[in-house]
Design a protein around this ligand. Structure first.
Ligand SMILES: *[C@@H]1O[C@H](CO)[C@@H](O)[C@H](O)[C@H]1NC(C)=O
Ligand SMILES: *[C@@H]1O[C@H](CO)[C@@H](O)[C@H](O)[C@H]1NC(C)=O
Ligand SMILES: *[C@@H]1O[C@H](CO)[C@@H](O)[C@H](O)[C@H]1NC(C)=O
Ligand SMILES: *[C@@H]1O[C@H](CO)[C@@H](O)[C@H](O)[C@H]1NC(C)=O
Ligand SMILES: *[C@@H]1O[C@H](CO)[C@@H](O)[C@H](O)[C@H]1NC(C)=O
Ligand SMILES: *[C@@H]1O[C@H](CO)[C@@H](O)[C@H](O)[C@H]1NC(C)=O
Length: 349
C-alpha cells in the first residue's frame, strides 16, 4: 500500500518548475536536487537529528522515511508555493515523532525553501554537541564538482564585523573549506565561473530562526543546515527554514534581489536606513585606520583631542564616531562597562 502511494507521488512531484531556470526534483527515496536549466547544481545528502545524545539519520535507516506527500500553501508576503513533505519516523523507545522536511517551490520568487518541523515532542540532549556543530540536519547538500564542465565558485561571509573578517571565496569543489566555523558562518553564494560570476548564481541563507541555526561543513564535504549543536532542548512544534535563492543576474545584483526578497518576507522597508544620520551626513571617524584610533594629540588627553576636532575642523560635520578606545573592556577585549573611562573622558560623555 505504501509503495503504491510512493509510486503515484513520484509521478506527481518530479520536475516541478515554477520560475525560469531553477527547478527542484524529489525522488522516491527522499533525495532532492536543484537544477539551473538542464544543469544540476545541488544534490542532497542525509537528513538527521541528534536527540537523547544519539544521532538518528536517514543514511543508516535510523531515521526512516515514511512517505512523501505534496500540497500547496500561501505566505502573506511571498505568495503561493508548492510544498513537498518528506515525512520521517523518529522512533526512540516506544515514542514515535513525525519529523517533516518541507521543500517549497515558490511561484512569485525564484527560490526553493527548506523547512524542518521537529514534531510534537521536546527534543532533549543532556550532553551538548559543540557550538560549531548542528543537531538537526535538513537540508544538506554535497559540495562537489558535478562534471568536468562544471566550473563553479563560491563566496561567503564569515566571522566578526557582520561577516567581513573572514569572508572568503574559492572553487565550489569538495576540497574547499567553505564553512570554517559553524557559529560564525553566513550566507553562501555559489556562482558560475565560466560566466565570470556575472550570470547564474544561488544564494544559500537562513530563512528563519537566524540566531539558533547555522551551516556546517562535514569532513566528507557536505554542507548541512540546522539547529546549533550547543542547544540542549528543542521545543515541541519547533520549525526553522533555509532559502536557496536563484538569480541569473550576477553576484552584485543577485545579492540585492535576495535582500529584497528577505525584506519583503519580513516586512522591512528602507525607512530606518534612509533616515540614518551616519549615512546622510558627513562625520568624523576615529576607527581603525583613522589618525586618532588609540592615539591623541601630543600632551593632551582624548577628551581635549575630541573637543579640538569639533572646534577647529572647518568641515560641517554632524557627528563624531568614537571607536573602541573609550570604554571599559573585559574578556576578549569586549565591552565590560559601557561608560567612559575617567582617563579618557574625565568629564564624562
Ligand atoms: C529540471 O532539472 C532537470 C535536471 O535535474 C532537467 O533535466 C530538466 O530539464 C529541468 N526541467 C525543467 C522544466 O526545467
Ligand atoms: C504519510 O505519513 C504521514 C505520517 O505518518 C501520515 O499522516 C499520512 O497519512 C501519510 N500519507 C500518505 C499519503 O500515505
Ligand atoms: C556555466 O556557464 C556556461 C556558459 O554559459 C555553461 O555552458 C555551463 O553549463 C554553466 N555551468 C553550470 C554548472 O551551470
Ligand atoms: C568524519 O566525522 C565522523 C563524525 O562526524 C567520524 O565518525 C569520522 O571518523 C570522520 N572521518 C574522518 C575521515 O575524519
Ligand atoms: C513555525 O514556527 C513559527 C514560530 O516560529 C510559527 O509561527 C509557525 O506557525 C510554525 N509553522 C509551522 C508550519 O508549524
Ligand atoms: C507591514 O508593514 C506595514 C508598514 O509598516 C504595515 O502597515 C503592515 O501591517 C505590515 N504587515 C504585516 C503583515 O506585518
Amino acid at each position: 500500500m505504501m509503495m503504491m502511494h510512493l509510486l503515484l507521488l513520484f509521478v506527481l512531484i518530479v520536475e516541478c518548475s515554477s520560475w525560469g531556470n531553477i527547478n527542484v526534483s524529489v525522488d522516491q527515496k527522499g533525495g532532492y536536487q536543484i537544477s539551473i536549466g538542464d544543469r544540476v547544481w545541488l544534490r542532497s545528502a542525509r537528513t538527521a537529528i541528534h536527540v537523547d545524545n544519539k544521532w538518528y539519520s536517514s543514511d543508516d535507516d535510523s531515521l526512516p522515511l515514511i512517505n512523501i506527500t505534496s500540497g500547496s500553501g500561501f505566505d502573506p508576503q511571498l505568495g503561493d508555493y508548492r510544498d513537498f513533505q518528506l515525512n520521517y519516523d523518529l522512533a526512540r523507545g516506544g515514542i514515535h515523532t513525525i519529523i517533516v522536511g518541507h521543500i517549497r517551490d515558490w511561484y512569485s520568487i525564484s527560490g526553493i525553501s527548506f523547512h524542518l518541523d521537529t514534531g510534537d515532542q521536546i527534543l532533549t540532549n543532556t550532553v551538548p554537541l559543540g557550538m560549531n556543530d548542528i543537531r538537526t540536519v535538513f537540508p544538506s547538500f554535497h559540495i562537489e564538482q558535478i562534471d568536468d564542465g562544471d566550473q563553479r565558485g563560491y563566496f561567503t561571509f564569515e566571522g566578526e564585523m557582520a561577516g567581513d573578517d573572514k569572508k572568503h571565496a574559492g572553487r565550489w569543489i569538495s576540497s574547499s573549506q567553505i564553512v570554517e566555523s559553524g557559529i560564525e558562518s553566513g550566507p553562501i553564494v555559489i556562482f558560475n565561473l565560466t560566466q565570470q560570476g556575472e550570470g547564474d548564481l544561488l544564494i544559500l541563507s537562513p530563512f528563519s530562526q537566524f540566531m539558533s541555526s547555522s551551516f556546517v561543513q562535514t569532513n566528507t564535504s557536505t554542507l548541512e543546515y540546522g539547529v546549533l549543536g550547543s542547544i540542549l532542548s528543542i521545543p515541541s512544534n519547533y520549525n526553522h527554514s533555509m532559502m536557496v535563492f536563484y538569480s541569473p543576474n550576477g553576484i552584485n545584483l543577485g545579492i540585492r534581489e535576495w535582500g529584497q526578497m528577505m525584506q519583503k518576507e519580513y516586512n522591512r522597508t528602507q525607512k530606518y536606513r534612509s533616515a540614518d544620520l551616519t549615512i546622510n551626513y558627513l562625520g568624523y571617524y576615529t576607527d581603525n585606520g583613522g589618525y586618532y584610533y588609540y592615539n591623541t594629540e601630543k600632551g593632551v588627553n582624548y577628551e581635549e583631542t575630541m573637543v579640538d576636532i569639533r572646534q577647529r575642523l572647518a568641515l560641517p560635520i554632524h557627528y563624531l564616531q568614537l571607536d573602541s578606545w573609550w570604554y571599559f573592556k573585559g574578556a576578549g577585549d569586549g565591552v565590560s562597562k559601557w561608560i567612559a573611562r575617567p582617563d579618557i573622558f574625565p568629564d564624562g560623555l
